[in-house]
Design a protein around this ligand. Structure first.
Ligand code: NDP
Length: 482
């Protein structure tokens, strides 16, 4: 006997969204000139209108950040900076539900994830970095390491608040000030974070938020008052940024795309592995740079794993992101949905076999059913390009060496997973894999203490942990960034 789930909707009454937003500069909300709508991708409802930042706004924000850096923030002791970070972390915990609901509305990701993963991790990042602020001299980061000054930070839409925390917390802990540009489709939680900065009485200008599109981001990158760029997003834009700052003294960390290999050996525990495959690719609608989007199965167990995977996928609940039962929410934008649809069609035309469970997708909003492609070869575009959606490409291998060669055969090098009961096999595989983050018998686990970043076209430098602090300090030890 099977039971139907009763709807379990999270109330949206806790959030109060203004019809129009400006920028957050010098500790105050200032009006913008032009605005664009930000929508709920699950319903296409216009949630608000967000300001389109122009050069004059970036100028003001950089000026405010510079003033705050020279007059206040660089003069505070690490202990004092740490107090502000603790305060922000505690406020984020107190307002966690509000942030989770707003993130779900603006991004389309399930409330179960914003409530249990994104926002708790955001608070954890601020707590972690609060602890470091007064210990930088003793952290092995060089003698008395110094901040760069003003950091320009540009973040994507897949984890809006988490990416904000990855950027803002280490910058502030190390004594830098910040101008942040959130992604065009997901600015609302960053603007709510601006309220948290006010509530925490953070000195004005330490954090500035200018909303806008790619042109706003490019203006920030090119502004002469910026000392360091921290970017997360596509490899394409990452390359543009690298070119733009090549002949400058600007420092940079770039967290770019990925095409993570999830390798399953024949001795892997089947049920746990199937769960790991599902969370590897279907977590956050597959909008994850480190997603396990290429499953590489040992041939002898491939049929069994695929059969169990299909049975498990048939139980994935796709639907209203505010429903606490929902596993897979909406695709973040019409553009992203088109990109996923287009690459899935390429998979069909290349001869791979597509399978999705039966899903009742709403007419309104942007949806894509969880999908797998079998019979994928290395030459297929769906084995090489980042789809950034709930689409898994499945390849097989016969020998461990072949698994490694296939896993490494991509322009990216961000993440990988290895499933095996044998510790020696896991260690052997992890040493051969060219990926910045490798999980063993699990996937998509994040922790502020752990450095994150990639090789090859997946980017420069590391964020998180001690490596992430070094990337914001002048004589911080080498992190691979510029
Ligand atoms: P982008 O790289 O374009 O966007 C990331 C951020 O950079 C956004 O804030 C964006 O603004 C901004 N930006 C865009 N152009 C410039 C520029 N020339 N200079 C400075 N900043 C800029 O990613 P998209 O959102 O367009 O997504 C495109 C593809 O990138 C996805 O389909 C996915 O494959 C990949 N992607 C990868 C991510 C990752 O973490 N690896 C994250 C997001 C996307 P705006 O939002 O206004 O465009």
């Amino acid at each position: 006997m099977t039971f139907e789930y009763a709807p379990a909707l999270e109330s949206r009454a806790i959030v109060s969204i203004q019809p129009k937003y400006g920028h957050f500069i010098g500790g105050k909300f200032v009006p913008g000139k032009k605005h664009f709508p930000t929508i709920n991708p699950a319903t296409e409802e216009i949630l608000s209108h967000v300001a389109l930042g122009a050069a004059v706004d970036i100028d003001k924000a950089v000026l405010a950040a510079n003033k705050a850096y020279t007059k206040v923030w660089s003069k505070l002791s690490g202990k004092e900076r740490g107090k502000y970070l603790y305060r922000i972390a505690r406020i984020l915990q107190e307002r966690a539900r509000e942030f989770a609901v707003l993130e779900t509305l603006d991004n389309g990701k399930p409330i179960r994830e914003t409530r249990d993963i994104d926002i708790p991790l955001v608070a954890a990042h601020f707590f972690y970095h609060a602890g470091w602020a007064d210990k930088l001299d003793y952290a092995g980061l060089g003698h008395s390491p110094k901040p760069y000054g003003v950091a320009g930070q540009i973040i994507p839409w897949n984890f809006p608040m988490l990416m904000l925390a990855w950027k803002v917390a280490p910058a502030l802990a190390t004594g830098n000030t910040v101008v942040l540009k959130p992604a065009e489709t997901t600015s609302l939680t960053a603007l709510l974070f601006a309220e948290v900065c006010q509530q925490a009485e953070l000195p004005e200008g330490v954090v500035n938020i200018v909303t806008g599109d790619g042109s706003t981001g490019a203006t920030l990158v090119n502004h002469p008052g910026i000392n360091k760029i921290a970017f997360t997003g596509s490899t394409e834009v990452g390359k543009k940024i690298a070119r733009a700052i090549a002949a400058t003294e600007k420092k940079a960390t770039l967290e770019l795309g990925g095409k993570g290999a999830n390798i399953v050996f024949d001795d892997a525990p089947v049920d746990e592995t199937v769960e790991g495959i599902v969370s590897g690719i279907f977590f956050n609608q597959g909008h994850v740079c480190c997603a396990g989007s290429r499953l590489i199965l040992q041939e002898s167990i491939a049929d069994e794993i695929i059969e169990k995977l299909k049975a498990r996928m048939a139980k994935i609940r796709v639907g209203d992101p505010l429903d606490k039962n929902t596993d897979l929410g909406a695709i973040n934008s019409r553009e992203q949905l088109s990109k996923i649809q287009e690459l899935a069609k390429v998979g069909d035309s290349e001869g791979a076999e597509r399978w999705s469970p039966q899903c009742n997708l709403s007419e309104k909003g942007y949806w894509f059913a969880p999908t797998i492609f079998t019979g994928v070869t290395q030459a297929h575009r769906i084995a090489q390009e980042e789809i950034f959606g709930p689409v898994l490409s499945i390849l097989t291998f016969r020998t461990p060496q072949e698994a490694i060669e296939k896993a490494n055969n991509t322009p990216f090098g961000l993440s990988a997973g290895v499933w095996s009961e044998k510790g020696s096999r896991v260690l052997w595989a992890t040493q051969q894999l060219r990926a910045g983050v490798i999980w063993a018998n699990t996937f998509n686990k994040f922790d502020p203490t752990s450095p994150f970043g990639g090789y090859k076209e997946s980017g420069w430098g590391r964020e998180g942990g001690k490596h992430g602090l070094a990337a914001y300090l002048k004589n911080g030890k080498e992190t691979g960034g510029k």
